[in-house]
Design a protein around this ligand. Structure first.
Ligand code: BG6
Length: 508
């Protein structure tokens, strides 16, 4: 590595992955480490230690990873590069609930440090079911593995879901804080790692023309949609416990909202950005029972047929789901933000499984021009549409602005046209790949900007808790209430039409 490369590379460390035999590790984390390494973003003194219950030694673990890696990396997999680096992967079998496991881990890490020349800085990645987070953090603390010294740091990455309600999230924060200081804790939301979500900040704060009209004077309403065409796959037991509100809204959708609605931070420092995000989340009008009834919609998909003619079963007929399940697979919400910028502007959020496609986007619907001077010259059958800005998070990552233009000809007709920016026209597509490279790299460098602080997590749960309470007290009637591959229950449309708005349906 030359000097310039060295300055970009993360500092030397050992990455310890709890849940090394799990899906997330194989599919996302190992490929992300490989990508970072091939982009020269990892130093030569780096190692990975996997821990899981399965009994095997490091050599067998390396062989197992080697057998599967090419299918998870796909095109561009470089066998020679992999072979040259696989020696940096180690494995230690262990039971996460057994105190002895952590004593052994401490010794194991000292040996790895000796072999790889790493300085004792450790990143603990908890790729485990949520029930293990508390015990792992406590046990690491007990054996001194959370203690930092001048010459080495210790950090912990915690995956979602972070708790299942406000109380459990607070409890989890308390448990983590018994062993780790807040600056050592990195709570992941992979939506914040997405290039296109980060680009919302670049678009808003890197351009002089955007912010002056990013407020209630010019904006009518904001829509945030995360639609998925997939069902629940093989995650029945997790999803039955979670539902769409816990799985998507309390984390990913509110994360996107915080980026769209935050005030400009004073600097690009992690806390300056996170302070602004938390401030706007705190300004969302809390739900009381009445507003839960009027401003939230839940749904569950029934059977349906895709655009390709594939039939899929109803949620309740999916393997592992009870036939009287009341779990919601769709949520739509109307949120109001009490701030000078957003007074009176509704934010509509929706997410669901088995919708017509996989679309994540933010739609900013602007107000009409104040004086419609073309009114008399218009073809009266066509209403003139207000401007609409679409920030496409995925797929077809990009930004488009819809505006009105004169139709060529002697008559003065106006028609809607679109200015489009596509990522792939400007940038190498690989830069928009997975969020995990960015998140692991940032954590190794101690940059917490894209991770959630304890207060961020809690303010999201505070907002959602009344919805959980009312929904629990009043079980839904009439589930399933939308066919698979539709845009959700009718009520989701009414949530907007009663205010005079309409969802933007990407496929229309
Ligand atoms: C996960 C949810 O956090 O995000 C899944 O648990 C969901 O249910 C997924 O499918 C969506 O992520 P992405 O990046 O595919 O939009």
């Amino acid at each position: 590595m030359n000097q310039a490369e060295q300055s970009l590379a993360a500092p030397p460390a050992v990455i310890v992955i709890f849940g090394a035999a799990g899906d997330l590790t194989k599919r996302k984390l190992i490929p992300a480490l490989l990508n970072l390494s091939s982009q020269k973003l990892l130093p030569s003194q780096i190692a990975m230690v996997g821990i899981d219950r399965v009994e095997m030694d490091s050599e067998t673990y390396r062989q197992t990873l080697s057998q599967e890696i090419s299918s998870f990396v796909g095109e561009g997999f470089d066998q020679a590069f992999w072979d040259a680096h696989i020696g940096k992967a180690y494995y230690m079998p262990g039971d996460f609930r057994d105190a002895e496991c952590y004593k052994r881990l401490k010794k194991f890490l000292l040996e790895v440090d000796k072999e790889q020349g790493t300085p004792g800085s450790y990143l603990f990645y908890l790729a485990t079911p949520p029930s293990f987070i508390g015990v792992i953090a406590s046990e690491l603390g007990k054996v001194g593995l959370a203690e930092e010294r001048d010459d080495c740091w210790r950090r912990i990455i915690v995956e979602k879901p972070f708790g299942r309600d406000l109380d459990s999230a607070r409890g989890l924060n308390m448990t983590l804080h018994q062993s780790f200081d807040e600056h050592q804790i990195y709570r992941i939301d992979h939506y914040l790692g997405k290039e296109t979500v980060q680009n919302i900040m670049a678009y808003r704060f890197g351009n002089g023309t955007v912010e002056p009209i990013w407020n209630h004077r010019y904006i009518n309403n904001v829509q945030i949609t995360v639609a998925e065409s997939l069902g629940i796959g093989d995650r029945a037991s997790y999803y039955e416990e979670a539902g769409a509100l816990r799985d998507m809204v309390v984390n990913h959708l509110l994360a996107v909202l915080s980026v769209v609605a935050m005030e400009p931070p004073n600097s690009f420092e992690a806390d300056a950005i996170r302070d602004e995000q938390i401030k706007v989340l705190r300004a969302i009008q809390p739900f009381d029972s009445e507003r839960v009834l009027s401003d939230t919609v839940r749904g569950q998909y029934g059977k349906g047929v895709s655009g390709n003619g594939d039939s899929v079963p109803a949620y309740i007929d999916e393997p592992g789901i009870a036939d009287d399940s009341r779990t919601e697979t769709f949520v739509a919400l109307k949120l109001m933000i009490d701030s000078w910028r957003w007074a009176g502007v509704p934010f509509f959020l929706r997410t669901g499984k088995r919708m017509p496609g996989r679309y994540s986007e933010v739609v900013i619907q602007y107000k009409h021009a104040p004086n419609m001077m073309f009114r008399d010259a218009l073809d009266r059958r066509k209403d003139i549409s207000p401007n609409q800005l679409v920030l496409r998070i995925q797929p077809d990552e990009g930004i488009s602005m819809e505006f009105n233009a004169k139709v060529p000809g002697t008559a003065f007709n106006v028609s809607r046209v679109c200015m489009d920016f596509d990522y792939e026209d400007y940038f190498d597509e690989s830069t928009t790949a997975s969020g995990y490279e960015t998140l692991i790299y940032d954590c190794l460098r101690g940059d917490a900007t894209l991770f959630k602080r304890a207060d961020y997590i809690e303010v999201c749960w505070e907002l959602v808790q009344p919805i959980l309470d009312v929904w629990k007290a009043l079980p839904p009637r009439g589930f399933p209430n939308y066919p698979a591959y539709s845009w959700g229950p009718e009520e989701a449309g009414k949530l907007l039409t009663r205010d005079g708005y309409r969802w933007r349906h990407t496929t229309q």
